[in-house]
Design a binder for this molecule. Sequence first.
Ligand code: HEM
Length: 367
Amino acid sequence: MSQVRRHFVTDDPRIVRGILQDTGRHRKTRKRRPVFGRGIVTSEGKAWEAQRALARDFFNAALAERIKAVARSRTEEMLRDWARSGPERACRPEMSRLVLGIMGEALFGVDPRPWEDVFERALAVLLPPKPSTARLLWHRLSRGSSSPYVAALRDLEKLVDWLCRKAPPGSLTRHLADAAIEGIPLREQVSTYLLASTDTTATFLSWTMALWAWNPAAQQRSRTDSAYRDACLQESLRLFPPIWRMARRAEHADPALGIRKGEEVIFLPYLLHRHRDYWTEPDRFRPERFLSEAEAARGRPAFLPFGAGPRACPGAALSLRTGQIVTALVLHRFSWEPASGSFPVPEPLFTLRPHGGVPIRITARST
Ligand code: HEM
């Protein structure tokens, strides 16, 4: 017998924002649970409230200061390496490594870069675009089998256990461990933060580097005009929102919208960010749009790179600050151009990754 599952899909930003605000009627789906566990991204009700309160405490001015220093020193380290080795680089692996180092130190107080390969391999297996809950659960239950999924889960657990063992005072890991929220294992909370903070920020920076590689005038202007550089960061998030798809499960029917109880409600920031009613020349890279107050205001309702409502991204300011610091240093020390081929095609994985890793050719600038 065949089954038909209905989904409700909308590209109306007012409906999307209403749904994101109304966390009582619209809950997170359970699709990511086998990987994220019961951490803040996938939990609901009291378990979520307790974790969100901890996030509010931790994402404070001290963390903002720490990220500045860490992002600066890690980026300088990367640029020293660029100066020593050859001109051919690939943005995605460079940014993944850089961001893992930055988030590792700023959030968890350790340097997890020795785990880089293990982590990237685990991400590739664990976070495909549409994991089926049944398939993921089957894999989880069949521990001991030789499936790549089980191996990846084990690797991720090893990395997270290492983060938990190493946790210095003042780290997010300690903050979460000290609160000891009942029923939510520390490992699942830490793993959630690791997954939520790294792939997203690395994807954001890779697209930004790609956009500047293919738009040399914008790259050049960003070196001297910091408002324009920030507009480029916004434009990168608009054209290629790392979280390109979001979903909720309707707890109650909404006859006015035609949503049935239990239905999955899907919306794509990728489409909202290119909606013709809100953006002029939506498919074009045109950072100036964010410098015009009138134009930016028109697009604002349809601009959701970090979500909206009570579950909006608590790391938004942190990743933007990271982006500003990293790009200011890279722009100052190097110029770069595409090493080959045409502009990268987006690959809709957990984040919207640029296919092919964004190969570039760098040239040191005399500063
Ligand atoms: C450019 C980088 C980032 C992007 C585009 C991004 C995007 C998002 C989006 C769209 C959501 C909402 C998902 C939904 O409502 O379904 C979200 C939630 C979340 N993000 Fe981010 N994020 C980024 C960086 C970070 C960083 C650096 C951290 C941690 C330091 C972080 C931690 C989280 C957490 C914990 C949640 C869940 C919040 C909750 O459910 O209450 N994110 N992120």
